[in-house]
Design a protein around this ligand. Structure first.
Ligand code: NAD
Length: 350
């Protein structure tokens, strides 16, 4: 299977590339603009594979996308490229509108032209997989879960731009018949996540003896999924998902932010003795419009596609902490450059 993966140098995209190269026979063309969030070190284990190629390009650039499709002749596109950080979207929404909405539109149109000219059986097999987030559904009250039919009520510029992309993908299926599948996943964590997101920020700050800034009182609840479980889910959705359908992906691991930070501190106390890391926790003023609770009902993924999260939250967190301990070079370069002095990173959520 020949696949275009957009955003393959990012956190989830690189985990997906590692999965596809190591666990399948897929031939990949990664299309990535290599923004601040990309890190080619995350692709070190796959870059030498004959089944892996990287094109540095902006998904908003229609001519580049056209030539990517013509050259790679994909059986599927897995579209992950996005501006992905809620805080950045609050500070400056413009790139979110460009990449997440316009970029998705450019890809849908390029895919539609390419798919229209395909011959059977390749035409029937083609898939456009829009990779999305549970944040499109808005915020839950104390009970209930997001289902595939839950109404879209995005609250941040980030989630609104992802919701727009989902709507475009759905419309391109409904109107033009493009074979679209959509997946909406809960918060991911694991190796190679940029240290502006909650879990890597807390681990790295703790390792550097810095404060662990938690928004509000840390009461916001998120549903967590280990990134390798997400990569496996994405492969099932693109190969076995039904055209025109959407699939919710989540790990049944709902935790308050403050409890996640406390768990991390407990692991760090064990692995890096000599400090009580909880003493570094500091509560800071809340993010504007901060969604209170996300939780996913992943029954459809389980029943239809036989998917289940393999990693428990405790074992996944421990693996993640160990990865950041063993891969200082990966994050020290990020911390020393892009990140220094920015308001972003004062606190974090996924
Ligand atoms: P990320 O920010 O780590 O990576 C995004 C990648 O997209 C980067 O490599 C970046 O260079 C690339 N990119 C950005 N703008 C581009 C453009 N205009 N053209 C080409 N490439 C561009 O993001 P992530 O956390 O890996 O998320 C990947 C996808 O999964 C996103 O669509 C996100 O909305 C979705 N998602 C993320 C989570 C999560 O918890 N991180 C959960 C559910 C869904």
């Amino acid at each position: 299977m020949r696949i275009i993966v957009t955003g393959g140098a990012g956190f989830i995209g690189s985990a997906l590339c590692r999965y596809l190269i190591h666990e399948t026979n897929a031939e990949l063309l990664v299309v990535d603009k290599l923004t601040y969030a990309a890190n080619l070190d995350s692709l070190a284990s796959v870059r030498d594979s004959a089944r892996f190629r990287l094109l540095k390009a902006d998904i908003c650039d229609a001519a580049s996308m056209e030539s990517a499709f013509r050259q790679h002749r994909p059986d599927a596109i897995m579209h992950l490229a996005a501006e992905s950080h809620v805080d950045r979207s609050i500070d400056g929404p413009a790139p979110f509108i460009d990449t997440n909405i316009r970029g998705t539109y450019v890809l849908l149109e390029t895919a539609r032209r390419y798919w229209r000219e395909l011959e059977e059986p390749k035409r029937a097999r083609f898939r456009f997989h829009n990779v999305s987030t549970d944040e499109v559904y808005g915020s839950l009250g104390a009970t209930g879960l997001f289902e595939e039919e839950s109404p879209y009520q995005p609250n941040s510029p980030y989630s609104a731009s992802k919701a727009a992309a989902d709507h475009l993908a759905r419309a391109w299926h409904h109107t033009y018949g493009l074979p679209v599948v959509i997946s909406n996943c809960s918060n991911n964590y694991g190796p190679c996540q940029f240290p502006e997101k909650l879990i890597p920020l807390m681990i790295i700050n703790a390792l550097e003896g810095k404060k662990l800034p938690v928004y509000g009182k840390g009461e916001n609840r998120r549903d967590w999924l280990y990134v390798e479980d997400h990569a496996r889910a994405l492969w099932l959705v693109v190969t076995r998902g039904r055209v025109g359908e959407k699939y919710n992906v989540g790990g049944d691991a709902e935790w308050k932010n403050i409890d996640v930070v406390r768990k991390l501190c407990g692991i760090l106390d064990r692995l890096v003795p000599g400090r009580r890391h909880e003493e570094l926790i500091e509560f800071v003023s809340d993010r504007p419009g901060h969604d209170m609770r996300y939780a996913i009902d992943a029954t459809k993924m389980k029943q239809e596609l036989g998917w289940r999260a393999r990693e428990s939250f405790d074992s996944g967190l421990e693996k993640t902490v160990r990865w950041y301990l063993d891969n200082r070079r990966w994050w020290e370069r990020i911390r020393s450059g892009v990140y220094r002095g920015e308001r972003l990173g004062l606190a974090a959520d996924a």
